[in-house]
Design a protein around this ligand. Structure first.
Ligand SMILES: [Zn+2]
Length: 238
């Protein structure tokens, strides 16, 4: 095989690996943020539940002080009983006490149901916290793996670039420049295999006479359609 063609094939292999490594590195931030987003939903729901819990607790305190107020009122009413002179006044007084008692019972019932709800939400919040902590630990482990992968890919990219520099220095300047132009126009593929008279870069037919020349692998031949540099792989099986 022509030495320059052999070098170009090797360069293409390196460039393809460099491109895919760069793509892997580029996809890392999206991976990390999708992991972060997946836990965000649960965390936000939990925050809302916490807020509801806080306002429910405030309601409990309000009810408690309302109950205390009514109790105070009843106490005062009862203290005033001895001051009452007429039966009519007494009847009215009793009615007032009865009304306040009713109000107190209703407030206490209300308070009980609030406390019951508070107890349940406290338990639910705790369960949610446990779930979030567990999810977070899982996600953190995945993120650490991604970070490790990123470092590995960066190191690999550095090594690939060094190899590429060494290799490209062995290629004649004109040929290298040509390669670079085709690499850019050919979406990352400048050198490609010709198989059964078909260019594997553009999938178009290669004229038989040209294909015979390509099969020789002893000079640089371009695809007549996409201009990519062609080579031929002799199959092992007969
Ligand atoms: Zn082609």
């Amino acid at each position: 095989m022509d030495e320059q063609l052999r070098l170009l094939i090797a360069l293409q292999e390196l460039d393809s690996t460099i491109i895919s490594t760069k793509l892997k590195i580029g996809s890392m931030p999206a991976k990390v943020s999708s992991i972060e987003n997946s836990i965000k939903g649960i965390q936000e729901a939990h925050e809302r539940a916490k807020q509801q819990h806080v306002s429910l607790d405030k309601k409990r305190r309000d009810k408690e002080s309302a109950a205390a107020d009514i109790e105070g009122r009843i106490k005062k009413l009862k203290e005033r009983t001895s001051e009452i002179k007429t039966n009519k006044e007494y009847q009215a007084h009793l009615k007032e006490i009865e009304k306040a008692d009713k109000e107190l019972r209703a407030t206490e019932d209300n308070l009980l149901s609030i406390m019951d709800l508070l107890e349940r939400t406290t338990k639910a919040l705790k369960t949610e916290e446990d779930v979030i902590a567990e999810e977070k630990a899982k996600k953190d482990a995945i993120k650490r793996e991604i970070d490790k992968d990123a470092l590995r890919h960066e190191a690999e990219l550095k090594r690939l670039k060094e190899d590429r520099k060494k290799l490209s220095e062995k290629i004649e300047v004109d040929i290298y420049d040509q390669y670079m132009v085709i690499l850019n126009t050919g979406r990352g593929i400048a050198v490609t295999e010709a198989k059964k008279e078909i260019c594997q870069g553009c999938n178009l037919h290669i004229p038989p006479q040209l294909f015979v020349e390509v099969k020789g692998n002893n000079k640089i031949i371009h695809c007549p359609h996409c201009k990519r540099i062609l080579y031929y792989v002799r199959s092992e099986s007969p």
